[in-house]
Design a protein. Structure first.
Length: 207
């Protein structure tokens, strides 16, 4: 890989560049080995830094993990907001299908979140609070989307939208796990579209 000339960069620019590289490599290593299986020395080596050089930017692995997770959230936030805001003119599950297709094109991202979210079940994990809040946030997003669809008469108003949101997240997580384990046999996007067609019928029953 051709190295970029950093001689004309300011200190702030070099710091930003170093942090970006560290976060990219940490993302990759966390996806491969999880939080507990990844060591700061591994991240430093992958980032072409000494361990003291890495610790200059991130005081410990806990701080780096949160930075990786928050960076991913910032990167995806604009996409998510656009996706759900523009879903008002369409079946809400069509918007989710678009999200699944996006995730299928980013296996490293999906693997990192799947592995780290599983590890974070224990309250002592440094990512525990992050993932609790993330699931709460997306349950609320799905709830708002479903309630809007109910208000517009698109789905059965008697369906418990809050429970449906939780169910949808469970389906998404389960599909992601099966796809990561056996991507040649499991087409996540196609299977989710089948689910949405079946579920759409349920949502419109007894209207």
């Amino acid at each position: 890989m051709e190295k970029q000339d950093t001689s004309k960069l300011t200190n702030a620019q070099r710091t930003k560049q170093s942090k970006t590289r560290i976060i990219q490599e940490a993302n990759r290593l966390f996806a491969e080995s999880g939080y507990y299986g990844t060591h700061m020395n591994d991240i430093a080596k992958a980032s072409n830094l000494t361990l003291p050089g890495l610790l200059h930017h991130f005081a410990n692995k806990e701080e780096l993990l949160i930075s990786v997770l928050e960076n991913r959230d910032r990167t995806d936030q604009q996409y998510y907001e656009s996706l759900f805001k523009n879903s008002s003119g369409m079946n809400p599950f069509d918007a989710l299908s678009a999200l699944v297709e996006k995730n299928q094109a980013n296996p490293e991202l999906v693997q990192m979140f799947t592995l780290l979210s599983a590890e974070s079940i224990t309250p002592g994990h440094p990512g525990h609070e992050f993932f609790v809040n993330r699931y709460r946030f997306f349950r609320q997003v799905y709830l708002s989307m479903l309630k809007e669809a109910q208000a517009q008469g698109k789905i059965n108003p008697n369906i418990d939208a809050e429970q449906i949101g939780t169910l949808v997240m469970a389906i998404l997580d389960g599909l992601q796990l099966q796809w990561l384990l056996d991507p040649e046999e499991v087409d996540m996007a196609s299977v989710f579209k089948i689910f949405t067609r079946i579920f759409d019928q349920v949502l419109h029953e007894h209207e």
